[in-house]
Design a protein around this ligand. Structure first.
Ligand code: LER
Ligand code: MN
Length: 267
């Protein structure tokens, strides 16, 4: 099982980004704990140097399996489903601007909250149409460079668009792109899925990336999720991707990261 953990390349409000702050120091810490990779949360690729990221991660022997993009929503309000066409255009361009990084690191580009929410006064069917259109455009741009996109079903308290695995699978059908799949996150699944293992099996080969946090969004082992059953089921689908820790830095980032990897390696 290839294990990674989320690291933000810049400061952000989103709480569960486990590591924030000095990139070099954090990469060294993550590598020393035994992680194989680091999932980078990048608000805007213009703010980072791919050369520097490659040099720094290589020096620590870390891969970059995925790039998180949600800060474009959290910090700037960009989304695929905003009623303002200019905002939708900027969101599409922002996601397309992650493609060079995705190609260089063979990283999946994550479509989390940048999909947006159904804003007041917007017809939900219209929001879905905007979402499908935007995803088709981004998938096409990414496909030319062999890059994959993964949409993350996110719980109802954070978005009204695509909360669970079955909605994710319907969206995959509608988008109809080979390089489009799902990112499943155990924290969201614990809220939304009637049966976590059954949903993992239903998503099967459409799973491009996987986030772990326990039921309380602390590290694996801190809550009541059965990670043995969850990860056995995931591997049973033939999944050969990454299991990436995205949890609250509690009691602090280092302790959480250390306890998470200890728990998961035990399985
Ligand atoms: C991001 O991966 C995530 O899980 C969301 O909760 C973002 O708000
Ligand atoms: Mn997540």
């Amino acid at each position: 099982m290839k294990l990674s953990i989320v690291l933000s390349t810049q400061s952000a409000q989103f709480q569960p980004v486990t590591f924030k702050g000095d990139l070099e120091v954090n990469l060294k810490r993550i590598s020393a704990l035994g992680y194989d990779g680091v999932e980078l949360a990048i608000r805007d690729p213009k703010l980072v140097s791919l050369d520097d990221l490659e040099r720094l991660t290589r020096a620590c022997g870390l891969s970059i399996p995925a790039i998180g993009t949600g800060q474009a929503w959290g910090e700037e309000g960009l989304s695929f489903t905003d009623p303002d066409p200019q905002v939708r255009r900027l969101a599409i361009e922002r996601i397309n601007s992650h493609v060079p990084g995705g190609a260089r690191f063979e990283a999946v580009i994550i479509i989390g909250l940048v999909r947006g929410i159904v804003k007041p006064g917007v017809d939900p069917a219209q929001a879905m149409d905007w979402l499908v259109e935007a995803l088709r455009e981004c998938c096409l741009a990414a496909r030319l460079h062999g890059v994959r996109l993964a949409l993350e079903p996110i719980n109802r308290f954070e978005t009204t668009l695509i909360n669970n695995a079955s909605e994710g699978l319907e969206l995959i059908e509608r988008v109809g792109a080979e390089n489009f799949g799902l990112l499943l996150d155990t924290f969201h699944m614990n809220i939304e899925e009637p049966d976590i293992e059954a949903s993992i099996r239903a998503c099967g080969t459409h799973i491009f990336h996987f986030h772990v946090a326990d039921s309380n969004r602390w590290y694996a082992g801190a809550g009541h999720l059965d990670f043995k059953a969850i990860l056995t089921t995931l591997m049973g689908t033939g999944y050969s991707g990454w299991v990436s820790g995205e949890f609250l830095p509690k009691p602090d980032a280092l302790v959480a990261a250390e306890r998470n990897i200890t728990e998961l390696r035990k399985l």
